[in-house]
Design a protein around this ligand. Structure first.
Ligand SMILES: Cc1cc2nc3c(=O)[nH]c(=O)nc-3n(C[C@H](O)[C@H](O)[C@H](O)COP(=O)(O)OP(=O)(O)OC[C@H]3O[C@@H](n4cnc5c(N)ncnc54)[C@H](O)[C@@H]3O)c2cc1C
Length: 391
């Protein structure tokens, strides 16, 4: 890999940093550690940042101009993802930009593209991906939610779980079974479901960090127009696989990690005697710093491959696996560094840093499950990267 950012890319990074410095609250770098993911303040800030980014046409900057992007390319998108994650910016394009839009560009008809893409790039719609079910996570092809054609409509019944952002989304990208007779990969379809449709019930789930960011979604005789089918009926599996493929570099995990490690280094410097001179802490922090450098190189390689016209495959699994496991090691280092009081929850009297690190620690747990578990990533790397047979 012969990698360096072009002057135009460096300029974009500088412009974006200035934009974030101007629009994020001055105390955000500290507050972002303790503000719960589902707090009203964070949601309001997310809405405002999304609006401002859409105004600058940065929300979907890698998309073609005709759909509201800037044709900016994969490396600009990487810079955007890195800088916004480093500053813990709430808001942005979410699943609409990363998954739904690119899938619509590939599989949607012209009317769907004209209807939905400008609204995503303009920050007007918020999408949720409704794939996982109580019995179908890693084995996504086994989805049981049914969509039955009834005249000009589909009638959808089923249950989804662990759906990120469902409580705030106005549109759902639902994977459902349209043909229960054939092989399980061949009977799925993807259908657009307005979340305010009659029969959609969203029940937020409280995570171990005490946040209501994920939901169960019940679909009970939900009727949507047949034209909400995206692409061909029963080809949904391939479309879901392609839309999952758009979440690529994973640079956000490393940018987040760098922010967290920098915070730990500041603490170690402030508490020189009790923490900073402790050899174990020093070695742990040095290791995490080094691992972050490795991680950034792994992440940068992915858009670089794309910029050379190559399609990354197992490389994205390498980045997801390493980044999510590293985020847990960083969180563990933080908790160890603060000692027993580091485990006190935000708001507890005596919680160091107002419980900031415990929130990062609890949230890191699910990172090795979301978007495909570590075992699944290792299987992909073994099969597609190392050429090993199926396990
Ligand atoms: C924070 C978070 C956000 C999420 N957001 C969404 C979302 O927005 N939309 C959505 O649809 N879903 C979402 N999910 C669900 C997520 O995609 C699934 O949880 C994940 O794919 C794992 O599926 P599962 O929970 O059913 O676990 P299972 O698939 O039941 O896995 C259980 C265990 O078995 C292991 N395992 C399973 N199969 C294999 C295998 N073949 N080889 C080796 N080990 C295996 C797994 O690695 C895991 O350890 C989210 C999950 C989390 C935690």
């Amino acid at each position: 890999m012969d990698f360096q950012f072009s002057p135009a890319e460096e300029q974009f990074r500088a412009d974006l940093r200035a934009f974030l410095a101007r629009h994020l609250p001055a105390d955000w770098s500290d507050r972002s550690f303790i503000e719960a993911a589902d707090s009203e303040d964070r949601k309001a800030l997310a809405q405002e940042m999304t609006r401002l980014l859409a105004q600058k046409e940065w929300l979907a900057l890698a998309w073609p101009k005709q759909y509201g992007g800037l044709d900016a390319g994969h490396l600009m998108q990487l810079i955007f993802n890195e800088e916004t994650a480093y500053r813990a910016m709430p808001g942005g394009g979410g699943a609409g930009v990363t998954s739904v839009g690119p899938a619509l560009m590939l599989f949607g008809n012209q009317e769907q593209k004209d209807t939905y893409l400008p609204r995503i790039a303009g920050g007007e719609d918020t999408w949720s991906l409704l794939y996982t079910e109580p019995g179908s996570g890693s084995d996504l092809a086994s989805i049981q939610t049914r969509a039955v054609r009834d005249g000009d409509e589909y009638v959808i019944n089923g249950q989804k779980i662990w759906i990120a952002g469902a409580q705030d989304a106005n549109l759902g990208w639902v994977a459902a079974r349209t043909d229960p007779t054939g092989p399980k990969h061949k009977g799925l379809s993807t259908i657009i479901v307005p979340m305010d449709s009659a029969g959609v019930t969203v029940k937020p789930v409280t995570t171990m960090a005490g946040e209501r960011t994920l939901s169960e979604v019940y679909l009970d005789n939900v009727r949507v127009p047949a034209e909400n089918l995206v692409g061909q009926e029963n080809r949904g599996w391939y479309q879901v696989a392609a839309s999952l493929d758009f979440e690529r570099s994973g640079v956000g995990a490393y940018a987040n990690g760098r922010r967290n490690v920098e915070k730990l280094i500041d603490i170690a410097k402030e508490e020189r005697e009790s923490i900073g001179r402790n050899p174990r802490v020093r070695y742990e922090l040095a290791d995490r710093w080094l691992e972050l450098d490795v991680g950034f190189n792994i992440a940068y390689r992915i858009p670089w491959l794309q910029s050379q016209g190559m399609a990354p495959n197992h490389e994205a699994s390498v980045s997801k696996l390493y980044g999510s496991e590293l985020s847990q090691r960083i969180a563990n280092t933080g908790i160890e560094l603060l000692g027993l009081t580091g485990q006190l929850a935000p708001g507890s009297p005596g919680a160091p840093l107002r419980g900031a690190l415990v929130r990062a620690y609890l949230n890191a747990v699910s990172s090795t499950i979301a978007s495909g578990t570590s075992e699944i990533q290792r299987n992909v790397i073994a099969q597609r990267g190392l050429g090993m047979p199926r396990g």
